[in-house]
Design a protein. Structure first.
Length: 85
């Protein structure tokens, strides 16, 4: 049979370890590179492929260790400026 003092010690140790376990289970945030191209995916496709290839050469794996968020203005200045009406 477990004694009261042993039970309290066990309970206290579990209470101290629980926050560490919960924190360790949270997924890490993946760094994100944002790119706003003035053209379209077709016009900048070769550049994007070369950029992703160089990231791989440096050890970054898209959607695993880094996220690339591509947006396209498609030649429309209103889509690339910070001015919103």
């Amino acid at each position: 049979m477990i004694r009261r003092r042993e039970f309290i010690t066990l309970l206290g140790g579990a209470a101290c370890a629980w926050p560490l376990t919960a924190r360790a289970q949270q997924p890490a945030k993946v760094p994100t590179i944002g790119f706003l191209g003035s053209g379209t995916p077709i016009t900048a496709g070769a550049w994007v492929v070369a950029f992703a290839q160089r990231l791989r050469e440096l050890g970054w794996i898209e959607d695993r260790t880094i996220k690339i968020d591509l947006r396209w203005a498609e030649g429309r200045n209103d889509r690339s400026s910070g001015d919103r009406d």
